[in-house]
Design a protein around this ligand. Structure first.
Ligand SMILES: Cc1cc2nc3c(=O)[nH]c(=O)nc-3n(C[C@H](O)[C@H](O)[C@H](O)COP(=O)(O)OP(=O)(O)OC[C@H]3O[C@@H](n4cnc5c(N)ncnc54)[C@H](O)[C@@H]3O)c2cc1C
Length: 291
């Protein structure tokens, strides 16, 4: 679709005024790493581009008492450079670090990764496993959307045409029993978009799995929480044998969605491996003195 106009704004108020005016005709430009590709292929959703890249208030990482909040314009590089995230939210840090090339990490934002609604968006599975919440804003005010309720089929999202994502937040992993892991299987090419990824949040006490959240990337129409597998795993005892059983259950859940596709025979084996790797990356984090 041809561009009619580009507006560059420097605050949230101006951005949402323009979104209100143009609604479906508007498309936001954050880092532009997805949008510029869409423009070149004439697959952009809107003809009025609102460049939000200069809105400073949306470009910050806040470690608050109760939660961690990432402004929508936080880049992957800023996440990678944040020591708190590296130490405490390792799965999200690993996902940000795995994105594209240094240039893409410097430009690409977390809000763009979420808003682009690609099934292969690398930071979305860890955010889903963290049970993250989006803060969105429009002329009508502000509201929260749970990330697990954000995506629908065919690139649809819960965002109204006059809304934009301001930030994404999630609770701290409070004690040494809670961990978040991420594994990705891409082609051996720094610019490869993720083929398969899996993020796992795990809370283990005395080897018993108190809580687990699993999210898959590039294994469906959008990044997906694997609720059936989570319910199966909760309350079980963590062991090598059980991880094998859980991986089979994960594969069964994926099969219901993906069997019949040409890629399924490959994804069947690969996804089991990625899932197990994500779990094992956490198993070693448990300090027996604190579990
Ligand atoms: C060579 C290359 C390699 C890549 N590798 C990876 C990879 O390994 N992993 C990966 O996950 N991605 C990858 N990407 C995709 C891309 O870099 C990411 O999806 C990035 O997060 C997009 O962010 P952006 O700020 O550039 O978004 P933009 O391109 O500016 O916007 C993307 C979409 O999101 C919407 N949007 C942006 N901000 C908001 C907001 N605040 N509220 C609502 N909607 C919004 C825009 O309107 C647009 O539709 C790659 C892209 C390229 C070109």
């Amino acid at each position: 679709m041809a561009i009619e106009k580009i507006h560059k704004v420097s605050n949230i108020g101006d951005a949402i005024t323009l979104l209100e005016k143009y609604k479906e005709k508007a498309e936001l430009l954050a880092g532009g790493t997805d949008l510029l590709v869409h423009l070149r292929e004439e697959k952009n959703r809107g003809s009025i581009i609102i460049d939000i890249s200069n809105i400073r208030e949306m470009k910050k990482i806040e470690i608050k008492e109760k939660e961690i909040v990432l402004g929508a314009l936080t880049t992957f590089s800023e996440i990678v450079q944040n020591d708190y995230i590296k130490e405490n939210v390792t799965g999200l840090w690993k996902a940000a670090k795995s994105v594209g090339s240094p240039q893409i990490r410097n430009m690409g934002t977390i809000g763009g990764n979420i808003g682009n609604a690609s099934p292969a968006a690398d930071t979305v599975p860890p955010l889903l496993a963290l049970d993250a919440t989006l803060r969105v804003m429009s002329n009508d005010g502000e509201r929260s959307i749970k990330l697990c309720e954000f995506y629908g089929d065919k690139g649809e999202t819960a965002l109204k045409p006059n809304e934009m994502i301001i930030s994404v937040g999630f609770s701290h992993l409070k004690n040494r029993r809670e961990h978040i892991g991420f594994e990705k299987l891409g082609v051996r090419n720094a610019l490869a978009i993720s083929k398969i990824s899996c993020a796992v949040y795990l809370e283990v006490q005395d080897k018993s799995i108190n809580n687990i959240r699993i999210a898959s990337g590039a294994l469906g129409g959008y990044p997906i929480r694997e609720y059936i597998v989570e319910d199966f795993i909760k309350g079980k005892v963590l062991s090598d044998e059980f991880i094998e059983v859980a991986a089979m259950k994960y594969s069964e859940a994926l099969e219901k969605r993906l069997s019949g596709r040409n890629s399924w025979p490959y994804k069947k084996e690969a996804s089991k491996g990625v899932f197990k790797k994500a779990i094992y990356s956490l198993v070693n984090s448990y300090d027996p003195n604190n579990s």
